[in-house]
Every structure is written in C-alpha cells, then in structure tokens.
Design a protein around this ligand. Structure first.
Ligand code: SF4
Length: 64
C-alpha cells in the first residue's frame, strides 16, 4: 500500500503535515513533500488520519 497525492487537488495547506509530520512536509518553496510513500504498520494510523483530514481530498491510500 502506498500514499497517492493528487497534486491538482492539493492546495498545500499543510493539514497532512500537522497530522503526520513523519510522512508529510511542506518545504521552503511551499511544495508538499512526501517523505515516504510506503504505508506500513508504523505509520498507517497517522497516514489514515491525514487522508481523512485533508480538506481537498487530495490524499488516498492505494495499491502498489
Ligand atoms: S492536507 Fe491535503 S491539501 Fe493540504 S497539503 Fe496535505 S495533501 Fe495538500
């Protein structure tokens, strides 16, 4: 399972960074950086919370 970001929907509000800072980061250029696309037991809860919290529905967890 991996994290998929729809860059057309993302407005870089940073809610995901606040929810799962180990996975998401807004860099100095105002770009969303996904530090790891892999969803595993260690980050699953945080990633799922970020997917739910994203106000533009830009995040999802997909196969592969
Ligand atoms: S919470 Fe959603 S809209 Fe905001 S930076 Fe993350 S992916 Fe983009």
């Amino acid at each position: 399972m991996k994290i998929c970001v729809d860059r057309d929907k993302c407005t870089v509000l940073g809610v995901c960074e606040a929810t799962a800072p180990d996975v998401f980061e807004i860099d100095d250029d105002g770009t969303l950086v996904v530090k790891t696309t892999l969803v595993d037991a260690g980050n699953r809860d945080a990633v799922e919370a970020a997917v739910t919290a994203c106000p533009t529905e830009a995040l999802r967890i997909g196969e592969g």
